[in-house]
Design a protein around this ligand. Structure first.
Ligand SMILES: C[S@@+](CC[C@H](N)C(=O)[O-])C[C@H]1O[C@@H](n2cnc3c(N)ncnc32)[C@H](O)[C@@H]1O
Length: 264
């Protein structure tokens, strides 16, 4: 009898929780923002392919690949390399089945079938989305990127605080399985370096781009970093703090400037 009563009690409680969730403003708003984000164009591979046309288009590196049909296989470049330890996807076909830390360490010490002097035209960082790891990935990438090349970061513009939770495996938040992690914190930090220029395209969860070259509309952030800077502060000043821009507008601006300089 006690067991049956407990079962019925649990059942009623879970229905009540389910109903509460359906009318919860956080859940409703987050659902709308996810729908909006999923409709945005262009996708990351379109942006990467365009950036490659601005370089030699010879060497591309992707950190964190999962299913190559989602992005890697769409990239148009003469030499493409992929790094992934194989955590989220069963059928891994990567060039270097290891973490990005091990990859860069092995590259520096000539333990890979790649020259330690290699310079990539585009490095796409999309591995472990935790700020400290992304920071190491950016730092390491800076040693292996062409002076005119691009470091591209996925997931720099989480639409809600739930998307930027630290735990990828927690699925009971309004963001459900969608996860951007804390990549934005590393991007924001590197936006303060004065010899590095950046922009974030407002599509596909925020495509952050860093370059040693000052491309049109790329900029840096000045001023002291607030040690308590968190998601709420980011929300207040997102456009300027991430340098959030429409990709097509940037492309048109770039083409105009390059035409003026006789490149196009
Ligand atoms: C978001 S998925 C990559 C998606 C892919 N780049 C795309 O555009 O569709 C993240 C991948 O990073 C990998 N990963 C996790 N930790 C990593 C690490 N320390 N170094 C490199 N890759 C890592 C996971 O195995 C997973 O396949």
């Amino acid at each position: 009898m006690k067991i049956i009563r407990k079962f019925i009690g649990d059942f009623i409680r879970s229905i009540r929780i389910g109903k509460n969730i359906q009318s919860d403003p956080y859940f409703i708003k987050t659902k709308q923002l996810i729908t909006t984000e999923l409709k945005k164009e262009p996708k990351r591979h379109d942006i990467i392919n365009f950036l490659l046309t601005l370089t030699n288009s010879k060497q591309y590196l992707e950190i964190g690949v999962r299913n190559p049909d989602d992005n890697f296989n769409h990239i148009l470049c003469e030499h493409k390399y992929s790094v992934d330890p194989g955590i989220e996807y069963l059928d891994y076909k990567v060039n270097f089945k290891m973490t990005s830390d091990v990859f860069f360490e092995s590259l520096k010490t000539s333990e890979l079938e790649l020259s330690k002097d290699i310079k990539f035209d585009v490095i796409f960082i999309d591995g472990l989305h935790l700020a400290q790891q992304v920071e190491r990935d950016i730092q390491n990438s800076l040693n292996f990127i062409n002076d005119h090349g691009f470091i591209v970061l996925h997931d720099c513009n989480p639409p809600t605080e739930f998307h930027q939770r630290e735990d990828y495996y927690f699925r009971n938040s309004p963001a459900k399985g969608f996860w951007n992690g804390t990549t934005w914190k590393a991007f924001y930090k590197f936006r303060h370096l004065q010899d590095l220029y950046s922009i974030c395209f407002d599509t596909d969860w925020g495509i952050g781009v860093l370059s040693k070259r000052k491309w049109p509309m790329f900029n840096t952030l000045n001023g002291m970093e607030n040690s308590y800077y968190g998601f709420k502060e980011l929300q207040k000043s997102k456009n300027s703090h991430l340098n959030l821009q429409e990709f097509d507008f940037w492309k048109a601006t770039l083409k105009n400037e390059l035409k003026l300089n006789g490149v196009f």
